[in-house]
Design a protein around this ligand. Structure first.
Ligand SMILES: Nc1ncnc2c1ncn2[C@@H]1O[C@H](COP(=O)(O)OP(=O)(O)OP(=O)(O)O)[C@@H](O)[C@H]1O
Ligand SMILES: O=P(O)(O)OC[C@H]1O[C@H](OP(=O)(O)OP(=O)(O)O)[C@H](O)[C@@H]1O
Ligand SMILES: [Mg+2]
Length: 319
């Protein structure tokens, strides 16, 4: 009998879907649909013990929060919205560098004297005194809005929950302020809104995230360990280059690059693994030392035996 697989959820739709699939492909995982081409379950070739579920980004955040999913990729904005104490239930294992969006507090551009949260506080008092009503803030990010406003000491406001087209709320007379995510700024501009200068609540991106409540068994943790080792190896590889030189020049060459090795590279027999940022400086130092020819290649993966983040995750499980 095979034991229960680790459940790994990825977005089934929306703007994160294609980027997550491209990232998996880049890591070398092939997604094999098990429920037919239009199904919502899959496996990762080469990674036994993993069952992939395709869900909406919001459902992935909810499933990680409840422990119904072991692992998932979704936006940090959606995870943080699950509660201020979210870190006690999930752990962000790795920021993936895509799906970037800023969660921001915005006001109408025409409010010339409102530029900061302190200004919002003032306007909130004045608005209440004048109209007997609180300033309205339209958002679907209720948890993070409340926490952020509280942190800035702003209390005279109320939230108008919105589930879409939130930026249109001021023009529609439904709210005075808007809290939403923005990437290019086009939607804010089109709606005559500006971001407050201290109004960035969160700089979000897609996160590989593990649930602490998913009841991990040994096999499921092994599957996570394998998946994470590949993901991390791919991530390291992008920042490193392999230099190789003739064996008879190894001593002079190792001396020439010793400073770069010390900065986060490592020695190889007749070569070195160096940060790509140091590549041209290292090549110049080798040329100076008369070492030639020097060939450079980019590794596909750079594996290490341990994952610091996995060790931390396992420690939080108390296993
Ligand atoms: N410009 C962007 N606008 C919205 N979300 C973005 C953007 N860039 C990245 N994202 C990320 O993608 C996540 C999911 O957004 P997406 O629009 O795909 O789905 P959704 O808004 O949750 O669902 P739907 O729009 O179908 O109701 C966001 O929560 C955010 O983390
Ligand atoms: O800064 P921009 O690049 O203009 O992107 C920001 C917009 O994109 C998202 O909406 P989406 O298209 O996902 O629609 P939704 O509100 O229905 O989720 C978000 O809610 C903003 O409205
Ligand atoms: Mg959306």
């Amino acid at each position: 009998m095979t034991s229960a697989p680790m459940i790994f959820a990825i977005p089934s739709k929306g703007r994160l879907k294609d980027q997550v699939e491209a990232w998996l492909a880049e890591c070398g995982f092939k997604l094999e649909m098990t429920g037919g081409a239009r199904g919502y379950s899959a496996e990762l070739s080469g990674l036994p013990g993993v069952s992939v579920r395709l869900l909406s980004a919001g459902d992935i955040a909810a499933g990680l929060d409840s422990g119904d999913l072991h692992l998932g990729v979704t936006g940090e904005d959606l995870l943080r919205e699950r509660g201020d104490d979210m870190d006690s239930r999930v752990m962000l294992l790795r920021a993936l560098g895509f799906g970037r969006a800023d969660l921001v507090v915005t006001a109408p551009k025409s409010w010339l004297d409102v530029d900061t949260m302190a200004d919002v506080d003032e306007v909130g008092h004045a608005h209440l005194a004048r109209t007997g009503r609180r300033l309205r803030v339209a958002t679907k990010y209720v948890t993070q809005t409340r926490a952020f406003f509280a942190r800035h000491g702003v209390a005279d406001y109320r939230i108008v929950e919105s589930s879409g087209a939130t930026e249109g709320a001021p023009a529609a007379g439904a709210a005075e302020l808007v809290v939403d995510i923005t990437t290019t700024g086009a939607t804010l501009a089109a709606n005559g809104l500006k971001i407050l200068s201290d109004g960035v609540i969160l700089k979000s991106q897609a996160q590989l995230t593990a649930s602490r409540l998913a009841g991990w068994n040994g096999e499921q943790l092994d599957a996570l360990r394998r998946l994470l080792s590949v993901v991390e190896a791919k991530g390291r590889a992008g920042k490193l280059a392999t230099l190789v030189w003739p064996a008879e020049q190894d001593r002079a060459a190792q001396d020439a690059v010793a400073g770069f090795v010390a900065k986060g590279g490592s020695r190889r027999a007749n070569g070195a693994l160096l940060a790509t940022a140091d590549l041209f400086d290292a090549a110049a130092a080798l040329a100076e030392a008369g070492v030639e020819p020097v060939t450079v290649s980019r590794p596909d993966y750079v594996f290490e035996s341990r994952s610091a983040v996995l060790d931390r995750f396992v420690a939080t499980l108390g296993k």
